[in-house]
Design a protein around this ligand. Structure first.
Ligand code: GRF
Length: 208
């Protein structure tokens, strides 16, 4: 990955629902806090995702790719790949995208797909994170932004933020406090990538 000064890095944000991380990214862009990155395109796997409203509010081109319209994951990912290539997308940001991408898609875009996950990976990957965090009794949780590889939530970790788990927490209260940090972390990472400040060496990712 190498972006020249002044050259914009076109990103696609993929969502499936609420879209608050998309909103935080769009806000950062309009506040000039997204470095050389430009949200070029929003893709939703869900036609009724409320996050689509944010794309509209910020005049971003949005495409709905409903899995129901595709025979299988291979067909879905083929379409997704052609959209990425046709639009010269340089970074794919999964922000609450609830679809697992095929190994071939992920391989093709190696180190060009990032995901935000609401735990301190590698702990609590997968779904129902906050319920499991509370059940297990850990004292700290948080959020992680990582590169996407073929293993769910398993790619190299770029950055994390820690959030203390409180005795009185419910899954919802913990999720809400972590979400505040997600909204800071994701745009920060996108900015760093767009400024060539992320160096990947196997699993070790250095932010310079
Ligand atoms: C976030 O908690 C994110 O970490 C997880 O899915 C949730 C998406 O929320 N991957 P939103 O759609 O960005 O509001």
């Amino acid at each position: 990955m190498c972006y020249l000064q002044g050259e914009m890095m076109k990103i696609a944000v993929l969502i499936s629902g609420r879209g608050s991380n998309l909103q935080a990214t769009l806000e950062a862009e309009s506040d000039n806090k997204l470095g050389n990155a430009e949200v070029f395109l929003v893709i939703s796997s869900n036609p009724s995702a409320t996050g689509l409203e944010f794309a509209k509010n910020y005049n971003k081109y949005a495409i709905v790719l409903d899995p129901k319209d595709y025979a299988d994951r291979t067909e879905y990912d083929k379409k997704l790949k052609s959209i990425m290539l046709d639009n010269d997308i340089e970074l794919i940001v999964l922000a609450g995208f609830m679809k697992v991408l095929s190994a071939s898609f992920v391989d093709y875009f190696k180190n060009k797909i990032i995901n935000i996950h609401p735990s301190l990976l590698p702990a609590f990957s997968g779904l129902n994170v906050h319920e499991r965090v509370l059940e297990y009794g850990v004292k700290y949780s948080g959020c992680s932004v990582h590169f996407v590889n073929e293993e769910i939530d398993g790619g190299p970790i770029i950055a994390q933020k820690i959030v203390e788990v409180l005795d009185e927490d419910t899954p919802d209260s913990l999720a809400a406090r972590i979400l505040v940090e997600e909204h800071i972390l994701l745009p920060e990472v996108i900015k760093k990538i767009s400024e060539n400040k992320i160096i990947v060496n196997e699993r070790r990712v250095k932010v310079v």
